[in-house]
Design a protein around this ligand. Structure first.
Ligand SMILES: [Zn+2]
Ligand SMILES: [Zn+2]
Length: 164
């Protein structure tokens, strides 16, 4: 089922569809449609944003495939994280920034584990204490010292990126 949804979304690049319309289009229950989208998100980078649904026109959380998106979700997450050293974001904020589905981000982050840092800390974006991911800045880590000792006693604010 996910394969049909992928084919459909790829044909409709740049358009967004609400979950209800996708569910009825593929004769799926709401929950089945959600599961199929999660599965589809493992194969292609799905975008999720608030906007008018192409089918019903309602403003809702719509899912689609970006018009020109040569990068996979994993590459986009990697690019973002390494492009913002010292910034640590939770998956929710990461998904929001990259306009990717939460599950897609979560999976990409999981695959990028060997090269990124993840820990429980305050998110640079929403400030909530969550599991955040980022690219550590070496000099900053050495100076701060806390990073290696784990998160206890970590400063509440993540130091700004050394670049720029
Ligand atoms: Zn709709
Ligand atoms: Zn956040």
């Amino acid at each position: 089922m996910a394969r049909e949804i992928i084919a459909f979304l790829k044909e409709s690049k740049g358009k967004g569809f609400c979950s209800e319309c996708l569910a009825s289009k593929f004769n799926l229950g709401f929950r089945e449609a959600g599961a199929a989208l999660v599965e589809a998100g493992e194969h292609i980078a799905l975008t999720q944003s608030r906007g008018p649904c192409t089918i019903c026109g309602r403003r809702a959380l719509v899912t689609g495939v970006e018009l020109a998106d040569p990068l996979t979700a994993e590459e986009r997450v990697r690019e973002f994280i390494h492009g913002h050293p010292g910034q640590f974001l939770c998956n929710t904020c990461l998904a929001h920034r990259l306009q990717l589905a939460f599950d897609t981000v979560q999976k990409a982050v999981w695959q990028l584990r060997p090269e990124i840092r993840s820990d429980a800390a305050e998110c640079s974006e929403c400030g909530k204490r969550r599991l955040v991911v980022g690219s550590p800045v070496r000099q900053v880590i050495r100076r701060m010292g806390w990073w290696n000792r784990g998160i206890k006693g970590a400063p509440s604010a993540v130091p700004p990126a050394a670049s720029s």
